[in-house]
Ligand binder design. Structure first.
Ligand SMILES: [Zn+2]
Length: 137
């Protein structure tokens, strides 16, 4: 049963009860029934609209896929993977305090080795911010 059909069913029940809609209780029930019927109609219209929007979105999505493939080619995902691999390899970028050269290192190197600037040979004095900024209380 659709929402409208349910609302109509309730209206039928109320009609069968021969409610006196001039009295308080009857008035309230008639008003509620009226509201239900209107809401059922509105919701059904919205559901139809939403279905249509989804269908059109799906069509646009498929068009976009075709377009991306045509513009970027099929290698696009491979390129993204390569970039991510590079980022995985080097977790930290260190700037030399002496000459400003930026060196990229992975976490293991950072933790286990003394790191020197490849340009000027200055040693990096590495502080871990977590330890420095611990609460002093
Ligand atoms: Zn340096």
């Amino acid at each position: 049963m659709s929402l409208s059909e349910k609302a109509a069913y309730i209206k039928g029940l109320m009609d069968g009860m021969e409610l006196d809609t001039t009295k308080k209780e009857g008035k309230i029930l008639a008003a509620i029934q009226d509201l239900l019927a209107e809401m059922a109609g509105t919701v059904e219209t919205l559901e139809g609209d939403v279905d249509q929007v989804y269908e059109e979105l799906d069509a646009i999505d498929e068009d976009m896929d075709d377009l991306e493939e045509a513009v970027f080619g099929e290698d696009e995902e491979d390129d993204e993977d390569d970039e991510e691999d590079l980022r995985d390899l080097y977790d930290y970028e260190l700037t030399c305090p002496k000459c400003g050269t930026v060196t990229a290192v992975d976490e293991e190197t950072l933790m286990n080795e003394e790191i020197c600037c490849p340009e000027c040979g200055a040693k990096f004095d590495i502080h871990f911010e977590d330890e420095e900024e611990a609460p002093q209380e």
